[in-house]
Ligand binder design. Sequence first.
Ligand SMILES: Cc1cc2nc3c(=O)[nH]c(=O)nc-3n(C[C@H](O)[C@H](O)[C@H](O)COP(=O)(O)O)c2cc1C
Length: 426
Amino acid sequence: MTLEVIPVTGLPEIGSGDDLVTLLSDVAEIRDGDVVVVTQKVVSKQEGRVVPEDDRDAAIARESVRVVAARDELVIAETRHGFVCANAGVDASNVADGMLTLLPEDPDASARRLQEALLERRGADRLGVVITDTFGRPWRDGLVDVAIGVAGMPAIVDLRGTPDHGGRLLDATVVALADQVAAAAGAVMGKAERVPAAVVRGLSWDGIDGTAHDLVRPAELDLFRESPLQALHARRTIRSFGEGAVPRDAVADAVAAACTAPAPHHTRPWLFVALDGAPAKRALLAAIAEAWRADLRGDGTPEETIERRIARSDAVLGQAPTLIVPFVRFAGAHPYADDERAGAEREMFLLSGGAAIQNLLLALHARSVASCWISSTLFCQEETRAVLGVDHEWHALGTVACGPMPKGGASRPRPSLDLGDFLRWS
Ligand SMILES: Cc1cc2nc3c(=O)[nH]c(=O)nc-3n(C[C@H](O)[C@H](O)[C@H](O)COP(=O)(O)O)c2cc1C
């Protein structure tokens, strides 16, 4: 295959509502089988996706569904389309002074509209349209044009199961054809030269139409969801879960991460009991409720209040697909005769339990498993050990309720932090 990549010159400055099809048709020769590549900037301006510069931060927040990494002014965020890019695609280049463009609302739909109108205008049988934006890449310096909207051609070509040159079957090769077209067009659509479109001629493709959405890697296959620092900020206590189960391998990975926590005297003083069967979970909740009821009755709490509190706790623990009860033991603690040192020794082990649980929560979060650490079993040690069949040496550290991440994550944003309250230099 030989490709020709032809810059489209002579397009006027595009404004909201302009007839892009006529403007493109006036200046570009478009033939049957061509791919018309248009930059996001043109499409966004034509669709009126422009905001004033002083709305920048709010616009980035509105356009982001998830922050992947942040440093100083730069935010790498996922847009509602699933693209991960700098400042959620909010961009000041090649736009009037004091203004910013946002990505098109639905770039695949924009590409589709353009493709259908161009097909009709040119009387062509087959045309591809690719809308591009310029993205940075993790691990590689330099920017490259990628497809954010595709119509009329496949976005990806799955070569898995086809033989390579030597006859070996390919098992991982999925080619991002629309990104390759975007990058080729990017080579002639110089940023400063006012070439906001190109025609790619000579591309052959088979099969069904794709969309740029096909290029978005599903969350469960994404090994690089967040920067490590961002993950610390993004983990939240979540008390009501999405549909479905928690994969056991996600729990196993999380426990392995928990067991990397620092601990005193080179011990690994932890045990995690995971429950995902209904009878086991019911038995644990019943034991917790019974112990709690007895305690509250002993305090003279009215029955109505007792039942309300238990119901509230059950609303989180009872609906969680998986419960994990973390334990710590004090074996290996140094013996001291005085209470202060003996207490400090015990606290060291408890602290390592807290560190392990935080690792557990973070590792669950990394697998899109939502969690809530609930105090419950801390207050009923004997009952918890009995119902879970755990030896007397283990000390329960609460219960971690886990479930699939609900849409939208935590219900409330994290309260703002005044670092001066938490950090003192001396
Ligand atoms: C030891 C411990 C016990 C907790 N117990 C409960 C609990 O019983 N019920 C609950 O809803 N949240 C419980 N939490 C969660 C805190 O309420 C939660 O971490 C806090 O609201 C901050 O929210 P964030 O984790 O989203 O930042 C507990 C947290 C810890 C560390």
